[in-house]
Design a binder for this molecule. Structure first.
Ligand code: ASP
Length: 409
């Protein structure tokens, strides 16, 4: 199961909204979509949450505030109109104004961006809407009540797909609470952790974690693979890609975190995972176009692959089977089973993805190549290898596309 979170800039425009639709349509394993309030876009210079904070202060100072309420609802109205989604925003606005006059707290006000985004995106994606106040349960002291949250999430039918607003939840008594700014990441992490999601995808406007801010430094390089402790250390020093608390929630779990760009989801981005996966356990994980090539696809092996990967197409060509799958996660236990099977049944097992690796890993691959003579390796391949995961470099993308064209995809 996959939880995907889309940040403020990802949900803010027509172009990115359509990308979100493509991403979730392309992967049925995405069961939970967590959305932020609308962020900045080409047309809009303010984040909705910033406007909501301003609104709160205007109300507190007894100043005129209607123009801000209008602006906020206009933005949702404008975007939904462009997305072809019909929502009665007027009634949501009336509900909001009524709350403002009654008992609206600061936390209620600033959380409305996520609430409205979830309404919009649940309609747009045709997923079920979840009001986070009923599912993300806080204790009175602002910590998370994991037991109650887990209990609520467990009640949801497993086959449905959901959109939930990030950043907020409520106490059992129904008082709205919010996380720190940027807290939608935390909502996604909590859901992924409690539902034991295999993957938590954090979609944002940058293409993964970089060694320095890519918008400021031309020579910034992406870090394809890192573990949670490193990511937490980076976040505590100001790397802003994923909220530190979200990383802390996932640290120690088996969930793997992908940091990806909404506009360019085909880029690998970064994978953050627990130390054991990196060091001595088996980890096979790819994203987007993946190709498994094997020479002898027994029905059993096929069943195994289909049970774990979202298989798009199987093509037989030149005596080989090309299995195109959307995303693939293979856990340790399964990998042993499949690994043995693959060793026995296939003389090739190749998974393509787009990832750059350092010298150390290349060295490991060379060693592996020597050991596993049966396995075919493409030129310039590098791999992150514990048993076998073969991943092509970013520069190899062209080559993969060529192969895909060749087998007439
Ligand atoms: N909308 C909130 C903020 O701007 C939370 C989030 O986007 O994660 O901080």
């Amino acid at each position: 199961m996959i939880v995907s979170k889309f940040g403020g800039s990802s949900v803010a425009s027509l172009q990115t909204a359509n990308k979100i639709k493509q991403i979730v349509a392309g992967n049925q394993n995405i069961k939970f979509v967590v959305v932020s309030a609308l962020g900045k876009s080409e047309i809009w210079k303010d984040k909705i949450t910033d406007l909501l904070f301003r609104l709160f202060f205007l109300i507190a100072e007894n100043k005129e505030y209607m123009f801000l309420v209008d602006e906020i609802f206009n933005r949702y109205e404008h975007l939904s109109r462009h997305l072809g989604v019909c929502i009665n925003w007027h009634s949501y606005k009336q509900e909001f104004l009524k709350q403002l006059q009654d008992i609206a707290t600061k936390e209620y006000i600033v959380s409305r961006g996520e609430y409205l985004s979830a309404i919009l995106y649940s309609k747009f994606l045709c997923f079920d809407f979840l009001d986070a106040k009923d599912y993300i349960i806080f204790n009175k002291n602002n910590s998370i009540n994991y037991k109650a949250t887990c209990g609520q999430l467990a009640k949801l039918p497993a086959n449905n797909r959901y959109v939930i607003g990030g950043y907020y939840g409520a106490t059992k008594g129904g008082n709205i609470k919010v996380f720190e700014r940027g807290g939608s990441d935390i909502t996604g992490a909590i859901i992924a952790k409690l539902l034991k999601a295999e993957i938590y995808q954090n979609f944002t406007d940058v293409d993964g974690v970089y060694n320095k801010p890519p918008n400021l430094f031309k020579d910034a390089t992406g870090i394809p693979l890192l573990n949670f402790s490193t990511a937490i250390a980076m976040a505590s020093c100001g790397t802003e890609v994923v909220h530190q608390k979200a990383l802390e929630e996932l640290n120690g779990t088996n969930t793997i975190l992908f940091v990806k760009s909404t506009l360019f989801p085909q880029n690998f981005g970064s994978i953050i995972l627990k130390e054991e996966y990196k060091n001595n356990k088996i980890f096979v994980c790819c994203s987007n176009i993946n190709l498994i090539i094997c020479q002898n696809l027994t029905p059993k092996l096929k069943k195994q692959i289909c049970s774990k990967c979202e298989v798009k197409k199987i093509i037989k060509n030149n005596g080989k089977y090309y299995i195109i799958c959307n995303s693939l996660f293979v856990d340790e236990k399964y990998f042993y089973a499949l690994g043995c099977k693959v060793l026995a049944d296939c003389c090739q097992f190749i998974i393509f993805s787009f990832l750059k690796f350092d010298k150390n890993i290349t060295k490991k691959l060379k060693k592996m190549q020597k050991k596993l003579k049966k396995y075919a390796f493409f030129n310039n391949f590098t791999a992150f290898f514990n048993n076998f995961l073969i991943i092509c470099k970013k520069e190899q993308k062209q080559k993969v596309v060529q192969i895909l064209n060749k087998i007439k995809l």
